[in-house]
Design a protein around this ligand. Structure first.
Ligand code: BMA
Length: 339
């Protein structure tokens, strides 16, 4: 075991279950999964790939809600315990910075992060093709859409929870207009959340195993620890029946997060249970958020399951880091070299 600490606030009321006795592996599932099931609101068929965070005396979330006509929008939800969610039937209605309506024709896979006193939402938006959308709110009532950070095609944007060397930092995964048979994780920086540059390749698909051989994509907002940024990500393998999405983790350098210190050689969680292997899109475990307690090192990972459900898994930062150090891919990180 190491003495790694999560840098952040205590969160004693976050969801938590102890690791089941005899469980092998460093992630374990919430026993009452899935926590959100089919037809969760009147107009919504499925909610999955969604992001949550602490808010007031409970939790708030932005949820990917696939409406019954098939297209997704983002909906706000609230919860006292992080497990039972009350999700609005009306989607988030965006305005631009001049106050004019500016609704994306679709919006999916949101991430949610607080920087200073503002909540930012990052999602996959329509822009003549899919790319990263960015917006902010101070109260979860009014939502202002900012400039799209990147041109198409791009997905899986994750903004870091603080500036690094006075720059905003965002992970993303350049892609294509379809279901993207490739994909590596990149890092970009910005002085103002408008102009993005100094792009670096952080991690490439592949490695020695097959579970992350087709593409990889950043997941939740990285978690700051005393030893580096903990990044959960999805790794995808190709089979004769389609793509399989599993969950991995990496540790990125604190001052230069394009440098990878450790990266899971084996998946940490792969679709096994019925709510992961059966649904609208079978065999998908897609992490989009964490809750974490700096006091105890507990982490709850929120992941979409089978493009149908929201599920939760747990880990403990000490145990996870010790595991990663022992079971890492060859890395080195692209750091300054990859331009
Ligand atoms: C990706 C995204 C995710 C989805 C996954 C599996 O391209 O669309 O939202 O979970 O495919 O269908």
């Amino acid at each position: 075991m190491t003495n790694v600490r999560i840098i952040g606030e205590p969160l004693p009321h976050m969801p938590w279950q102890e690791k089941p006795e005899g469980h092998e592996g460093v992630l374990w599932r919430h026993t009452e999964n899935p926590i959100i099931s089919w037809n969760p609101t009147k107009r919504t068929a499925r909610i999955f790939n969604s992001a949550v965070m602490p808010y007031e005396d409970g939790f708030i979330g932005v949820f990917r809600a696939d409406h019954k006509h098939g297209k997704p929008q983002i909906h706000v939800g609230r919860s006292k315990d992080g497990l039972r969610w009350d999700i609005e039937d009306q989607e988030v209605l965006w305005k631009d910075e001049q106050g004019r309506p500016y609704q994306p024709s679709y919006a999916y896979d949101p991430r949610l992060v607080k920087l200073e006193d503002t909540y930012y939402i990052i999602w996959c938006t329509e822009f003549g093709g899919a790319t990263i959308g960015l917006g902010m709110t101070k109260d979860f009532k009014e939502f202002v859409r900012l400039e799209n950070p990147f041109i198409p095609f791009n997905r899986n944007g994750a903004l870091f929870p603080r500036k690094i060397k006075d720059k905003y930092m965002m992970l993303s995964r350049p892609s294509d207009s379809g279901h993207t048979p490739f994909g590596d994780i990149f890092l970009s920086e910005s002085p103002d959340l408008v102009h993005w540059g100094k792009h670096r390749r952080v991690m490439s698909r592949g490695g020695n195993g097959w579970w992350q051989s087709v593409k990889i994509g950043g997941g939740p907002i990285p978690v700051e620890t005393s030893e580096g940024w903990l990044l959960f990500y999805h790794g995808v393998s190709g089979t004769c029946n389609g793509l399989v999405y599993s969950i991995g983790a990496a540790l990125l350098d604190l001052d230069n997060p394009s440098k990878v210190l450790y990266r899971s050689r084996d998946y940490l969680l792969t679709p096994e249970l019925p709510y992961e292997t059966v649904g609208f899109v079978p065999n998908v475990a897609f992490p989009c958020a964490t809750l974490h307690d700096a006091e105890t090192g507990r982490i709850a990972i929120y992941y979409g399951a089978a493009d149908t459900y929201v599920a939760v898994a747990y880990t403990q930062v000490d145990e996870l880091l010790a595991y990663l150090k022992e079971n890492s891919e060859l890395v080195g990180g692209d750091g300054e070299e990859y331009r």
